[in-house]
Design a protein around this ligand. Structure first.
Ligand code: ATP
Ligand code: MG
Ligand code: MG
Ligand code: MG
Length: 576
């Protein structure tokens, strides 16, 4: 591939709404282009990455015996009414009407359609097991689409669905997928962890999330460095011993009491200097009556993002709230509650924690998160539930670094991750809901035992970047880089030798099956290098006049601090 024939479009600055590094870098590197909230075009450079992700997934799914098909993006509501999900699912499900007024959904996932296919096509136990998968566009009307491809509304998912004759066979199919996922994520070249996840109403242990480890991840992962134990926070909390665990050495009992503690109490409790410019904070409010007496006090834990001067967050600007409030930083809160640094932030994505739920807090929340302040995002540490204050404290205490493992194998550690895959044993939930049966060996109809298995195809590149970048740009693992090698000729238009050497190397690498791009745009070296460092191509070869006279070219890996001289004659072997 030659750059002049390809499409390269880089930006010096990230757009103002790009909060996380992957969103910033993917936009700056010309990989994605925003069309609307959570809706992106995959530009040529980005599409190459997505296609490499897809190719690995496709290969390993096929190897594991799954069969590819493609199901419609727009699906008749009738199927979704059969399982009740048409009404049960919240506004995340995009419902549309056709010209005749008939209801449709834009698929957020495809259990209904695949179960409909199975009940028509899979008639006998002899056709089982079967695992159907697709790599297809999904739409979820996410409450807060953001972070670029990380949480889009339209995105690409690989979703697979297994059909089995009984529970034991279904569990075996699940294990086949769990193993295939390990191969897939190994091949991506990323640091990841498979963690036990909540299996909802079905119970049991057959739900695992595949989490790419990154400090900016939305999810907290609890793992044991000396054993195999790893779970997401929800699951770990469910196993953790209940109740307060304050000890003399760790006196976490000084919690503010709603209606009793004042802001001053809270400040003292937290023992913090009251910082004014923080990205995350604990907010305490006192509501005063006309006589200036405190009639109500609240404490609220917020994680705020955005480059805002907290001095601007003034009481006077909050309609209907005459209160004073003060701030503590997240590290201070973490240390107070005895959590490992990083446990709470830096980015939280869940719902606000309402320590005391009342009108003032709601007003404040609206104001902070409202349309006037689009860069403020509010979240708590309760992983999606509103907690009372004692619950919050218990929640924070429940799983703390250094606790013993549920498996009795050692102390726990906590890190953050990005959910890029999920495998899930479904049982007969959908087959019973939709009357999907096959004829068993005994001649009697039986409901399919099912599993479902997702991979966030377009989330994966974003997660890879969160894990692998520096101040100059992206650092792709070879397996999913848009190009593996870039050839940067210096002064190609002036020097016939450079041009000839660059073109020859390009042809040789193409012939050797290396995914290579020749940058023949005629850019100056500085601009050219900056582009490729931003785009993150892992291997760079620089060809210049002087080097050629010496029979040498320069090689530099994206992680190397400096280039290495390589003999022209050896470069092919070196790169293959
Ligand atoms: P999350 O907890 O991040 O909302 P989920 O648990 O709702 O994800 P699943 O229903 O398990 O997602 O879907 C399978 C995979 O699809 C997820 O593991 C994730 O990688 C990906 N995915 C889910 N929602 C999005 C989204 N809004 N944008 C991009 N990828 C997504
Ligand atoms: Mg979700
Ligand atoms: Mg999830
Ligand atoms: Mg999930």
């Amino acid at each position: 591939m030659k750059a002049s024939q390809f499409f390269i479009s880089t930006l010096k600055e990230a757009p103002a709404d790009a909060e996380v590094v992957s969103h910033q870098l993917m936009t700056r590197a010309g990989m994605i282009k925003k069309l609307g909230a959570g809706i992106y075009s995959y530009m040529p450079m980005g599409l190459r990455v997505i296609q490499k992700v897809e190719a690995i997934v496709r290969e390993e799914m096929n190897r594991a015996g799954a069969v590819e098909l493609t199901m419609p993006v727009v699906q008749p509501a009738e199927l979704w009414q059969e399982t009740g999900r048409f009404d049960k699912m919240g506004p995340e499900l995009l419902r549309i009407k056709d010209r005749h007024g008939r209801d449709y959904v834009v698929q957020p996932t495809s259990e209904e359609v695949v179960t409909d296919i199975a009940r028509q096509e899979l008639r006998s136990y002899k056709q089982l097991p079967k695992n159907f998968y697709q790599i297809q566009t999904k739409f979820r009307d996410e409450r807060r689409p953001r972070f670029g491809l990380m949480r889009g509304r339209e995105f690409i998912m690989k979703d697979a669905y297994s059909f089995d004759r009984d529970e034991a066979a279904a569990k075996a199919s699940y294990q086949v997928m769990a193993a295939a996922y390990r191969r897939i994520f190994d091949r991506f070249g990323l640091r990841y962890r498979a963690v036990a996840a909540d299996s909802g109403a079905i119970g049991g242990d057959l739900s695992e999330e595949f989490q790419v480890i990154a400090a900016t991840g939305e999810d907290a992962i609890v793992y044991c460095p000396t054993s195999d134990y790893a779970a997401n926070m929800e699951k770990a909390e469910a196993l953790a011993p209940a109740g307060p665990r304050a000890t003399a050495a760790n006196p976490m009992v000084k919690t503010p009491t709603p209606g009793k503690s004042t802001c001053a109490d809270v400040a003292e409790l937290l023992g913090v200097p009251l910082a004014t410019t923080v990205k995350s904070l604990v907010l305490a409010t006192d509501t005063l009556n006309e006589a200036g007496e405190i009639v109500k006090s609240q404490v609220w834990l917020l994680l705020l993002r955005g480059d805002h001067d907290m001095n601007e967050v003034k009481v006077g600007k909050v309609p209907g709230l005459d209160a004073g409030f003060r701030f503590a930083t997240i590290p201070e809160i973490e240390s107070h509650f005895g959590c490992q640094p990083g446990y709470l932030g830096p980015i939280g994505l869940k719902l606000p924690v309402k320590l005391v739920v009342d009108r003032e807090v709601a007003v404040l929340a609206d104001w902070i998160c409202g349309a006037n302040q689009p860069d403020f995002h509010m979240t708590g540490v309760n992983w999606g539930r509103d907690l009372s204050e004692p619950e919050l404290v218990a929640d924070l205490r429940n799983v703390v670094e250094g606790d013993a493992s549920p498996d009795g194998q050692g102390a726990l550690a906590i890190e953050r991750g990005i959910e890029v895959g999920h495998v899930f044993y479904l049982g007969t939930k959908y087959s019973k809901g939709m009357g999907a049966t096959f004829l068993g060996e005994d001649g009697k109809p039986a409901h399919f035992e099912m599993g479902c298995y997702g991979i966030g195809i377009t989330r994966l590149p974003a997660a890879a970047i969160e894990q692998n970048h520096d101040e100059r740009g992206i650092i792709w693992p070879d397996a999913i880089a848009p190009f593996t090698v870039v050839i940067c000729p210096i002064g190609m238009d002036r020097s016939p030798d450079v041009k000839a050497a660059a073109e020859q190397l390009h042809e040789q690498l193409v012939a050797a099956g290396v995914d290579v791009l020749l940058d023949d745009r005629g850019e100056r070296p500085g601009a050219m290098f900056a582009d490729w460092e931003l785009i993150g191509v892992p291997h760079r070869v620089t060809i210049g006049d002087r080097g050629i006279k010496e029979g040498q070219i320069e090689y530099q890996h994206r992680r190397d601090a400096a280039a290495t001289k390589v003999a022209v004659a050896e470069v092919l072997d070196f790169l293959k």
